[in-house]
Each structure stands twice: as structure tokens, then as C-alpha cells.
Design a protein around this ligand. Structure first.
Ligand code: CP
Ligand code: NVA
Length: 309
């Protein structure tokens, strides 16, 4: 049994295996419709329990389709409808019940501590479907999308992130070490990655550069990533934060500093950080990016269930 909590804890070899499997599976089901099951139904009879403490559209749908296409099924819970959410039942008891009824647990949470504690009590795999510190399933899928579009390993590309130092960026930073790619980060001075991440980066790679000027960060980019300035449940003065990011919008001008065939990616949902002219341009591959999450979630599930070949 393997958990999928943080890209840091998974070997580069296993992460690559997940992407190779996703590519094969995506190709093999070109003629199948949405709910048809992959050949051999590798997760036949398995139940994935999903729980959301925060809103979700893509993660919820992609895991639903992923387990269905592998022959299993899913049940979605909202924590505020459980005894756990109301404080009447412990994490330990909840985890024991989840392990008794289900075969895997996908959790989107407000608390990294909760994931760690649940992991200790669960006897089934847990997948982090977004936490305050990381969004590993999103970023692994984004690497898949980049390589699919660019038809090259990501290690040969220049990747740029413009925006907040949030959970998605944290996972992208870890991915840059695991997949060995160059990463430029463009963010305002007081919004850089935290010291813990930077120390880890220093020990592991010299391929990350931080710029406090967005255009400079975009120079020569093959891919520009962004995300909302205000993340889910970001407890900050929103007006003030948005104004501090006013020079970090993805505009056509900013994209002109990147390579001509540079693509734009965004995990969604979006805010005002990207202008519509870019978001709806040919360079923007956000819909393909969103749909690819189904394919990569499938291989993540197979990895967790010990069925990745
Ligand atoms: N990108 C992403 O995780 O989307 P949701 O919040 O809609 O799941
Ligand atoms: N950084 C964003 C990602 C949403 C998918 C958030 O945490 O809200």
C-alpha cells in the first residue's frame, strides 16, 4: 500500500512510471466513452471514498471518472456532514471506519496535520487532493500535459511560474527537483516561497530562480503557469494582497517575453491574475490540462493500490 501525500516522498522513478502509465491508458481508450471501463478493469470492485473540506470541481470529477474507468466506484463525503466535522468522533475512529468500508481515501483538507494523523490510523492508501502546503495530483498531471503538448521531457524546457507562493507552487518546486527542470518564479518581494522550501531547494537543485519582476521571469519560457492570488480559505486582507500582485498579471505583453510557442497553463479556478486575451488565446491549454487530470489520477490510483505495471 502506498500513499500519495507529497511529491517529495515519492521516488522520481515511481513518478515517471505513473506518467508513462497515464500516457498508455489515455491512448488506449481513445474510442471508449466516458464511463466505459478500461480493458481488464484493474480496480474492479474497489471503493474510493472522497472527502472535501473545501470546494472542488475538477478534483472531484476527475477522481470520480478515474476510479469508474478502472472498474471501481466512489462515494463522496463532506466533512461537515460527519461526526468528525462536528467534533463528536475522533480522527482515529473515523480513519478505522473509512478503512473498514473503503479501499482508498482521497482527501481535500484545510489541515496538513489532519492528513498526517489520518495516515497513521488508516490501513488504506490516502491521496492528498489539495492541502494548504501542496497540490501534488495537480502538478503531476500538469507535467503530463506539458510533455504531451511539447513532445519533450520537461527537463528540456524552461518553466515559469508567475504568482503567489502557494500550495501549487510548492508542489511545482518539488517537481522541478524530481523531474530536473528549470523553474523561474516571478512574485512580489514579500510573497516568495517560504524558508523551509527554499532550504530544501538549495540542498537539492540549483535550477530555481526567483524574480521580483514578472517580465524577467517570463524571458525564454516554454510554459507559463499561474494560479489565483487568493487561494481557497486564504485568510488575508484580499484587497491589499491583490493590489500587491498588480504587476504580476499574465498579459499578452508578458507572454511576448516568452518563446513564441510558449503555452499558458492554470489549474483553475481563475481570478483576475490572467487577462482574458491570454486565457482564451491559442497559447492557453487550460481545458486540455483540466481533462488530463482524469488520466493521471487513474495511474495515481493504480500506484496507490499497488497495481501499476
Ligand atoms: N484545480 C483544481 O484542483 O480544481 P478544483 O478545486 O475544482 O478541484
Ligand atoms: N491555490 C489554489 C488552488 C486551487 C485548485 C487554492 O488552494 O485555492
Amino acid at each position: 500500500m502506498k500513499h500519495f501525500i507529497n511529491l517529495k516522498d515519492i521516488s522520481a522513478k515511481d513518478l515517471r512510471k505513473i506518467l508513462v502509465d497515464a500516457k498508455k491508458r489515455k491512448k488506449n481508450r481513445k474510442k471508449l466513452s466516458t464511463l466505459e471501463v478500461d480493458k481488464n478493469s484493474p480496480l474492479k470492485g474497489k471503493l474510493l471514498i472522497q472527502m472535501f473540506e473545501k470546494s472542488s470541481l475538477r478534483t472531484r470529477l476527475s477522481f470520480y471518472l478515474a476510479i469508474k474507468q478502472l472498474g471501481g466506484g466512489t462515494l463522496t463525503l463532506r466533512s461537515n456532514e460527519l461526526h468528525l466535522g462536528e467534533g463528536g468522533e475522533t480522527l482515529e475512529d473515523t480513519a478505522k471506519i473509512l478503512s473498514t468500508y473503503g479501499d482508498g481515501f482521497m482527501f481535500r483538507t484545510d489541515s496538513d496535520f489532519k492528513i498526517k494523523s489520518l495516515k497513521n490510523y488508516l490501513s488504506i492508501p490516502i491521496i492528498n487532493g489539495l492541502s494548504p502546503s501542496s497540490h501534488p495530483t495537480q502538478v503531476l498531471s500538469d507535467i503530463f500535459t506539458v510533455e504531451e503538448i511539447k513532445k519533450k521531457p520537461i527537463s528540456k524546457l524552461n518553466i515559469t511560474w508567475i504568482g503567489d507562493s502557494n500550495n501549487v507552487l510548492n508542489s511545482l518546486i518539488v517537481a522541478s527537483v524530481k523531474f530536473n527542470f528549470k523553474l523561474n518564479i516571478g512574485c512580489p518581494k514579500n510573497y516568495g516561497p517560504n524558508k523551509f522550501i527554499l532550504d530544501w531547494v538549495k540542498r537539492n537543485t540549483k535550477k530555481i530562480k526567483i524574480f521580483n519582476n514578472a517580465n524577467n521571469a517570463a524571458v525564454n519560457a516554454d510554459v507559463v503557469f499561474s494560479d489565483k492570488v487568493i487561494s481557497l480559505n486564504d485568510r488575508v486582507n484580499k484587497k491589499k494582497k491583490l493590489s500587491q500582485f498588480k504587476n504580476f498579471r499574465i498579459t499578452q505583453k508578458l507572454m511576448s517575453y516568452a518563446k513564441k510557442n510558449c503555452i499558458f497553463l492554470h489549474c483553475l479556478p481563475r481570478g483576475s491574475e490572467v487577462e482574458e486575451k491570454v486565457f482564451f488565446s491559442k497559447q492557453s491549454k487550460v481545458w486540455q490540462q483540466a481533462l488530463n487530470r482524469v488520466h493521471v489520477q487513474k495511474s495515481i490510483l493504480l500506484y496507490c493500490f499497488g497495481k501499476l505495471r
